[in-house]
Design a protein around this ligand. Sequence first.
Ligand code: DC
Length: 229
Amino acid sequence: MKIRVAIDGPGGAGKSTMAKALSRACGLHYVDTGAIYRTVGLAALRAGLEPSDGEGVPALLGKLDVQVQYEGEEQHMLLNGEDVTGMIRTPEISAAASAVSALPEVRAFLLQTQRDLAAKGGVVMDGRDIGTVVLPEAELKVFLTASPEERARRRFLELREKGIDQPYEEVLREMNERDRRDSTRAVAPLRPAENAVLLDSSELTPEQVLERLVSLVREKSEGRPEPCA
Ligand code: DC
């Protein structure tokens, strides 16, 4: 089995940026699991449901076909055959994804999809419960975090780059709210796996975080042919 890397942590910690960079450096396949929850969040909103609706959303799941496809290394999300990749990065969908992800039925519905994507190994998967629930056998588990202010600052800049001008204070408030919901939900709350390596990126450059991740992959793949550049 080729290495499986689980990267969990709160929003804005740099998980997807670092997971993508690591996948390129070590020839691994990158899987963004947040995009899968975002797609269900979008489906709930489109159906006119409150994303936290514990009856309506589970009833909707049977009508949903959520597929993950790759064009080269780029992950695309298909919702009932429609490519919705470009529609799931708004603050509204972030909040909806966090709300639907607290429903146990939603988590159960998406579990196998995520495990299937890692079945062959050679993956780096990012999310909230990858090391604790989805891939408890992952060879390397990292819990990547940063202070709330630093994460909000990064998210603020990222949104602005996309032309979304949301005030910093509001980004920080929504981020704290999402953190609270993701870590206090009853099912698969956000928390580091017991054997996860804790990595705080508040004071580190992306290059330093990548360096640390690459050396962890090398360490964990001793005896295995991992092609980290
Ligand atoms: O990583 P992200 O911001 O794209 O994730 C969106 C939401 O999806 C996040 O607030 C919580 C949920 N999520 C989850 O519960 N479990 C995962 N493995 C990934 C995301």
